[in-house]
Design a binder for this molecule. Structure first.
Ligand code: BTN
Length: 334
Protein backbone atom coordinates (compact mmCIF):
# COMPACT_ATOMS: atom_id res chain seq x y z
CA UNK A 1 0.00 0.00 0.00
CA UNK A 2 1.28 3.44 -0.88
CA UNK A 3 0.43 6.00 1.80
CA UNK A 4 0.98 9.72 2.07
CA UNK A 5 4.04 8.84 4.12
CA UNK A 6 5.68 7.03 1.17
CA UNK A 7 4.47 9.70 -1.15
CA UNK A 8 6.18 12.50 0.69
CA UNK A 9 9.31 10.49 1.45
CA UNK A 10 9.04 11.97 4.92
CA UNK A 11 9.04 10.34 8.31
CA UNK A 12 5.87 8.63 9.46
CA UNK A 13 5.45 11.31 12.09
CA UNK A 14 5.64 14.08 9.47
CA UNK A 15 2.99 12.38 7.36
CA UNK A 16 0.62 11.99 10.27
CA UNK A 17 1.23 15.55 11.39
CA UNK A 18 0.45 16.80 7.92
CA UNK A 19 -2.88 15.00 7.92
CA UNK A 20 -3.68 16.31 11.39
CA UNK A 21 -2.89 19.82 10.20
CA UNK A 22 -5.14 19.33 7.22
CA UNK A 23 -7.93 18.08 9.48
CA UNK A 24 -7.56 21.22 11.63
CA UNK A 25 -7.59 23.51 8.58
CA UNK A 26 -10.37 21.79 6.67
CA UNK A 27 -13.01 24.16 8.08
CA UNK A 28 -11.58 26.94 5.88
CA UNK A 29 -11.13 29.31 8.91
CA UNK A 30 -7.95 31.02 10.03
CA UNK A 31 -5.82 29.19 12.61
CA UNK A 32 -2.77 30.80 14.18
CA UNK A 33 0.60 29.08 13.86
CA UNK A 34 0.71 29.00 17.65
CA UNK A 35 -2.66 27.23 17.96
CA UNK A 36 -1.76 24.71 15.26
CA UNK A 37 1.61 24.06 16.87
CA UNK A 38 0.00 23.58 20.28
CA UNK A 39 -2.54 21.10 18.86
CA UNK A 40 0.24 19.04 17.29
CA UNK A 41 2.90 19.54 19.96
CA UNK A 42 5.34 21.16 17.53
CA UNK A 43 6.88 24.60 17.12
CA UNK A 44 5.47 27.39 14.92
CA UNK A 45 8.45 26.97 12.61
CA UNK A 46 7.67 23.27 12.27
CA UNK A 47 4.04 24.15 11.46
CA UNK A 48 5.22 26.45 8.67
CA UNK A 49 7.49 23.71 7.30
CA UNK A 50 4.70 21.13 7.43
CA UNK A 51 2.35 23.47 5.60
CA UNK A 52 4.91 24.03 2.87
CA UNK A 53 5.35 20.27 2.52
CA UNK A 54 1.58 19.88 2.44
CA UNK A 55 1.26 22.35 -0.41
CA UNK A 56 3.96 20.54 -2.38
CA UNK A 57 2.68 17.04 -1.67
CA UNK A 58 -1.07 17.46 -1.99
CA UNK A 59 -1.27 20.36 -4.43
CA UNK A 60 -3.35 22.29 -1.86
CA UNK A 61 -2.78 26.00 -1.45
CA UNK A 62 -2.55 27.45 2.05
CA UNK A 63 -3.04 31.16 2.70
CA UNK A 64 -0.94 32.92 5.29
CA UNK A 65 -2.11 36.31 6.60
CA UNK A 66 -0.02 38.23 9.11
CA UNK A 67 -1.79 38.48 12.49
CA UNK A 68 -4.46 35.91 11.57
CA UNK A 69 -2.54 32.76 10.72
CA UNK A 70 -3.22 30.12 8.11
CA UNK A 71 -6.29 28.98 6.23
CA UNK A 72 -7.23 26.86 3.25
CA UNK A 73 -8.82 29.16 0.65
CA UNK A 74 -10.64 26.12 -0.70
CA UNK A 75 -12.02 24.20 2.28
CA UNK A 76 -11.98 20.42 2.08
CA UNK A 77 -13.99 17.70 3.78
CA UNK A 78 -11.75 14.69 4.31
CA UNK A 79 -12.95 11.10 4.00
CA UNK A 80 -13.44 9.34 7.33
CA UNK A 81 -13.57 5.59 7.75
CA UNK A 82 -15.95 5.60 10.70
CA UNK A 83 -18.49 7.64 8.72
CA UNK A 84 -18.51 5.02 5.94
CA UNK A 85 -18.92 1.87 8.03
CA UNK A 86 -22.71 1.82 8.10
CA UNK A 87 -23.92 0.60 4.71
CA UNK A 88 -26.64 -1.89 3.65
CA UNK A 89 -24.18 -4.46 2.27
CA UNK A 90 -21.99 -4.41 5.40
CA UNK A 91 -19.11 -3.70 3.06
CA UNK A 92 -15.96 -2.97 5.03
CA UNK A 93 -14.51 0.46 4.19
CA UNK A 94 -10.78 1.10 3.63
CA UNK A 95 -9.82 4.76 3.46
CA UNK A 96 -6.41 5.73 2.13
CA UNK A 97 -4.61 9.04 1.81
CA UNK A 98 -2.87 8.19 -1.43
CA UNK A 99 -2.66 5.09 -3.60
CA UNK A 100 -1.74 4.25 -7.18
CA UNK A 101 -5.25 3.04 -8.04
CA UNK A 102 -8.09 2.01 -5.74
CA UNK A 103 -8.90 -0.81 -8.20
CA UNK A 104 -5.34 -2.14 -7.95
CA UNK A 105 -5.42 -1.73 -4.16
CA UNK A 106 -8.68 -3.68 -3.88
CA UNK A 107 -7.11 -6.62 -5.76
CA UNK A 108 -3.98 -6.43 -3.58
CA UNK A 109 -6.12 -6.60 -0.44
CA UNK A 110 -8.00 -9.59 -1.83
CA UNK A 111 -4.69 -11.35 -2.46
CA UNK A 112 -3.57 -10.44 1.04
CA UNK A 113 -6.58 -12.32 2.42
CA UNK A 114 -9.22 -9.63 3.00
CA UNK A 115 -12.67 -11.19 2.59
CA UNK A 116 -15.11 -9.65 0.13
CA UNK A 117 -17.16 -7.62 0.03
CA UNK A 118 -15.22 -4.47 0.85
CA UNK A 119 -14.55 -1.10 -0.69
CA UNK A 120 -11.53 1.14 -0.98
CA UNK A 121 -11.65 4.92 -1.24
CA UNK A 122 -8.67 7.24 -1.47
CA UNK A 123 -8.03 10.94 -1.17
CA UNK A 124 -5.95 10.74 -4.30
CA UNK A 125 -4.68 8.29 -6.91
CA UNK A 126 -1.25 8.57 -8.46
CA UNK A 127 -2.06 6.16 -11.31
CA UNK A 128 -5.85 6.17 -11.55
CA UNK A 129 -7.01 3.87 -14.34
CA UNK A 130 -9.60 4.85 -16.90
CA UNK A 131 -11.17 2.87 -19.72
CA UNK A 132 -9.16 2.08 -22.83
CA UNK A 133 -5.82 2.54 -21.08
CA UNK A 134 -6.48 6.16 -20.17
CA UNK A 135 -5.42 7.83 -16.93
CA UNK A 136 -8.08 8.98 -14.49
CA UNK A 137 -6.98 12.36 -13.13
CA UNK A 138 -7.29 12.11 -9.34
CA UNK A 139 -6.34 15.24 -7.37
CA UNK A 140 -6.16 15.15 -3.57
CA UNK A 141 -9.34 15.46 -1.44
CA UNK A 142 -11.49 16.73 -4.30
CA UNK A 143 -13.29 13.77 -5.83
CA UNK A 144 -14.42 10.23 -5.13
CA UNK A 145 -12.14 7.37 -6.15
CA UNK A 146 -14.03 4.26 -5.09
CA UNK A 147 -13.56 0.54 -5.71
CA UNK A 148 -15.97 -2.14 -4.48
CA UNK A 149 -14.67 -5.70 -4.53
CA UNK A 150 -17.26 -8.48 -4.85
CA UNK A 151 -17.07 -12.25 -5.08
CA UNK A 152 -19.01 -13.62 -8.06
CA UNK A 153 -20.23 -17.20 -8.12
CA UNK A 154 -21.45 -19.00 -11.21
CA UNK A 155 -19.06 -17.57 -13.77
CA UNK A 156 -18.36 -14.32 -15.54
CA UNK A 157 -21.80 -14.43 -17.21
CA UNK A 158 -23.04 -12.97 -13.91
CA UNK A 159 -21.22 -9.79 -14.90
CA UNK A 160 -23.29 -9.22 -18.07
CA UNK A 161 -24.64 -5.69 -17.96
CA UNK A 162 -23.19 -5.07 -14.49
CA UNK A 163 -21.19 -2.02 -15.52
CA UNK A 164 -24.33 -0.47 -17.01
CA UNK A 165 -26.24 -1.17 -13.79
CA UNK A 166 -23.50 0.54 -11.81
CA UNK A 167 -24.06 3.56 -14.05
CA UNK A 168 -27.71 3.62 -12.98
CA UNK A 169 -26.71 3.56 -9.31
CA UNK A 170 -24.24 6.43 -9.79
CA UNK A 171 -26.87 8.38 -11.69
CA UNK A 172 -29.42 7.97 -8.88
CA UNK A 173 -26.89 9.14 -6.31
CA UNK A 174 -26.12 12.21 -8.43
CA UNK A 175 -29.83 12.97 -8.90
CA UNK A 176 -30.40 12.70 -5.12
CA UNK A 177 -27.76 15.37 -4.72
CA UNK A 178 -29.62 17.69 -7.11
CA UNK A 179 -27.78 16.98 -10.39
CA UNK A 180 -30.97 16.70 -12.41
CA UNK A 181 -29.55 16.98 -15.94
CA UNK A 182 -27.31 13.91 -15.73
CA UNK A 183 -27.67 10.89 -18.00
CA UNK A 184 -25.76 7.87 -19.25
CA UNK A 185 -23.72 7.24 -22.37
CA UNK A 186 -23.11 3.64 -23.36
CA UNK A 187 -21.49 1.75 -21.85
CA UNK A 188 -21.16 3.60 -18.57
CA UNK A 189 -20.14 7.23 -18.78
CA UNK A 190 -22.20 9.65 -16.73
CA UNK A 191 -22.60 13.02 -18.46
CA UNK A 192 -24.14 16.40 -17.70
CA UNK A 193 -24.72 18.58 -20.78
CA UNK A 194 -22.21 16.53 -22.76
CA UNK A 195 -19.54 16.79 -20.05
CA UNK A 196 -18.28 13.81 -18.10
CA UNK A 197 -19.01 13.84 -14.37
CA UNK A 198 -18.32 10.16 -13.58
CA UNK A 199 -16.65 7.11 -15.08
CA UNK A 200 -16.81 3.42 -14.26
CA UNK A 201 -14.19 0.71 -14.77
CA UNK A 202 -14.93 -2.92 -13.91
CA UNK A 203 -12.00 -5.33 -13.69
CA UNK A 204 -12.13 -9.06 -13.06
CA UNK A 205 -9.82 -11.67 -11.62
CA UNK A 206 -10.21 -15.42 -11.13
CA UNK A 207 -11.84 -18.20 -13.12
CA UNK A 208 -14.35 -16.79 -15.63
CA UNK A 209 -16.11 -20.18 -15.64
CA UNK A 210 -16.47 -20.51 -11.88
CA UNK A 211 -15.69 -18.27 -8.89
CA UNK A 212 -14.24 -14.91 -9.78
CA UNK A 213 -13.92 -11.49 -8.24
CA UNK A 214 -14.87 -8.18 -9.74
CA UNK A 215 -13.75 -4.76 -8.70
CA UNK A 216 -16.25 -2.02 -9.50
CA UNK A 217 -14.18 1.15 -9.88
CA UNK A 218 -16.04 4.45 -9.84
CA UNK A 219 -14.56 7.90 -10.27
CA UNK A 220 -16.87 10.86 -9.59
CA UNK A 221 -15.88 14.48 -10.07
CA UNK A 222 -17.17 16.01 -6.86
CA UNK A 223 -15.49 19.22 -5.76
CA UNK A 224 -12.92 19.60 -8.56
CA UNK A 225 -13.14 23.04 -10.11
CA UNK A 226 -10.14 23.62 -12.32
CA UNK A 227 -7.71 21.00 -13.49
CA UNK A 228 -5.98 21.16 -16.82
CA UNK A 229 -4.87 17.57 -17.17
CA UNK A 230 -8.29 16.10 -18.08
CA UNK A 231 -8.29 15.40 -21.82
CA UNK A 232 -12.06 15.47 -22.41
CA UNK A 233 -14.93 17.83 -21.58
CA UNK A 234 -15.77 17.38 -17.88
CA UNK A 235 -17.76 18.88 -15.08
CA UNK A 236 -18.10 18.26 -11.34
CA UNK A 237 -20.90 18.31 -8.79
CA UNK A 238 -19.50 21.53 -7.39
CA UNK A 239 -19.41 23.15 -10.80
CA UNK A 240 -23.04 22.15 -11.36
CA UNK A 241 -24.39 22.96 -7.89
CA UNK A 242 -22.11 25.77 -6.76
CA UNK A 243 -21.57 24.23 -3.31
CA UNK A 244 -18.95 22.07 -1.61
CA UNK A 245 -20.20 18.48 -1.43
CA UNK A 246 -19.56 16.19 1.57
CA UNK A 247 -17.94 13.14 0.00
CA UNK A 248 -18.61 10.92 3.06
CA UNK A 249 -22.35 11.49 2.79
CA UNK A 250 -22.20 10.99 -0.96
CA UNK A 251 -20.34 7.66 -0.67
CA UNK A 252 -22.93 6.47 1.85
CA UNK A 253 -25.77 7.25 -0.53
CA UNK A 254 -23.86 5.69 -3.42
CA UNK A 255 -23.50 2.50 -1.36
CA UNK A 256 -27.27 2.40 -0.82
CA UNK A 257 -27.99 2.69 -4.55
CA UNK A 258 -25.25 0.26 -5.51
CA UNK A 259 -26.57 -2.29 -3.04
CA UNK A 260 -30.12 -2.00 -4.40
CA UNK A 261 -29.19 -2.12 -8.08
CA UNK A 262 -26.66 -4.93 -7.67
CA UNK A 263 -29.25 -6.92 -5.74
CA UNK A 264 -31.77 -6.64 -8.60
CA UNK A 265 -29.03 -7.45 -11.12
CA UNK A 266 -27.93 -10.52 -9.17
CA UNK A 267 -31.49 -11.77 -8.70
CA UNK A 268 -32.96 -11.05 -12.14
CA UNK A 269 -30.09 -10.18 -14.49
CA UNK A 270 -29.67 -7.08 -16.61
CA UNK A 271 -32.95 -7.67 -18.43
CA UNK A 272 -34.84 -6.43 -15.36
CA UNK A 273 -33.05 -3.08 -15.64
CA UNK A 274 -32.75 -2.76 -19.42
CA UNK A 275 -35.75 -0.44 -19.80
CA UNK A 276 -34.58 1.79 -16.93
CA UNK A 277 -31.13 1.95 -18.48
CA UNK A 278 -32.46 2.87 -21.93
CA UNK A 279 -34.63 5.63 -20.51
CA UNK A 280 -31.51 7.12 -18.87
CA UNK A 281 -29.46 6.74 -22.07
CA UNK A 282 -28.77 10.17 -23.54
CA UNK A 283 -27.97 8.82 -26.99
CA UNK A 284 -31.06 6.67 -27.69
CA UNK A 285 -31.96 7.05 -31.38
CA UNK A 286 -28.86 9.14 -32.11
CA UNK A 287 -26.56 8.70 -35.08
CA UNK A 288 -23.20 7.60 -33.75
CA UNK A 289 -19.76 6.43 -34.73
CA UNK A 290 -18.44 3.39 -32.87
CA UNK A 291 -14.67 2.99 -32.86
CA UNK A 292 -12.83 -0.26 -32.19
CA UNK A 293 -9.13 0.34 -32.76
CA UNK A 294 -8.74 1.46 -36.39
CA UNK A 295 -12.25 0.33 -37.31
CA UNK A 296 -15.20 2.75 -37.42
CA UNK A 297 -18.85 1.78 -37.66
CA UNK A 298 -21.59 4.31 -38.24
CA UNK A 299 -25.16 3.63 -37.24
CA UNK A 300 -28.19 4.65 -35.23
CA UNK A 301 -28.59 3.63 -31.59
CA UNK A 302 -31.53 1.26 -31.07
CA UNK A 303 -30.74 0.54 -27.41
CA UNK A 304 -29.08 -2.31 -25.53
CA UNK A 305 -29.75 -6.05 -25.46
CA UNK A 306 -30.38 -8.16 -22.36
CA UNK A 307 -26.62 -8.55 -21.81
CA UNK A 308 -25.91 -4.82 -22.07
CA UNK A 309 -24.44 -4.92 -25.60
CA UNK A 310 -25.09 -1.86 -27.78
CA UNK A 311 -27.70 -2.39 -30.52
CA UNK A 312 -26.93 -0.35 -33.62
CA UNK A 313 -28.83 -0.07 -36.87
CA UNK A 314 -26.14 -0.17 -39.53
CA UNK A 315 -27.33 0.26 -43.12
CA UNK A 316 -30.76 -1.06 -42.19
CA UNK A 317 -29.47 -4.13 -40.32
CA UNK A 318 -29.20 -4.52 -36.54
CA UNK A 319 -25.81 -5.39 -35.04
CA UNK A 320 -24.77 -5.79 -31.40
CA UNK A 321 -21.47 -4.62 -29.99
CA UNK A 322 -19.82 -5.13 -26.63
CA UNK A 323 -16.36 -4.86 -25.12
CA UNK A 324 -14.32 -2.50 -23.00
CA UNK A 325 -12.22 -1.16 -25.87
CA UNK A 326 -15.11 0.37 -27.80
CA UNK A 327 -15.64 4.09 -27.94
CA UNK A 328 -18.80 5.87 -28.98
CA UNK A 329 -19.07 9.38 -30.47
CA UNK A 330 -22.01 11.35 -31.79
CA UNK A 331 -22.01 11.83 -35.56
CA UNK A 332 -22.14 15.46 -36.62
CA UNK A 333 -25.53 15.05 -38.27
CA UNK A 334 -27.11 13.61 -35.10
C1 BTN B 1 -13.45 5.83 -17.37
O1 BTN B 1 -12.45 5.93 -18.09
O2 BTN B 1 -14.50 6.42 -17.64
C2 BTN B 1 -13.40 4.99 -16.14
C3 BTN B 1 -12.77 5.74 -14.99
C4 BTN B 1 -12.75 4.95 -13.69
C5 BTN B 1 -11.97 5.67 -12.62
C6 BTN B 1 -12.10 5.00 -11.29
S1 BTN B 1 -11.46 6.02 -9.99
C7 BTN B 1 -11.60 4.69 -8.88
C8 BTN B 1 -11.17 3.44 -9.62
N1 BTN B 1 -9.74 3.27 -9.55
C9 BTN B 1 -9.15 3.41 -10.73
O3 BTN B 1 -7.93 3.31 -10.93
N2 BTN B 1 -10.07 3.65 -11.67
C10 BTN B 1 -11.41 3.67 -11.12
Amino acid sequence: MSTCVDMMRASKLDGLQMLKLLALLQDGRFHSGEALGAALGISRAAVWKQLQDMEASFGLSVHKVRGRGYCLPNPVILLERQKLADNPGDWAPYVLDSVDSTNAEAFRRLEAGVSPAFFVVAERQTAGRGRRGRTWVSPFAENIYYSLLLRIEGGAGQLDGMSLVVGLAVLEALRDQGISGAGLKWPNDVLVSGRKIAGILLEMTGDPADVCHVVIGIGINVNMRDVEAVDQPWTSMRNELGVLVDRNAFVNNLNVHLFQYLYVHKSHGFQALKAAWESAHLWQGKNVRLTAGAQHIEGQVIGVDTRGALRLLVEGVEHQYSGGELSLRLRDDS
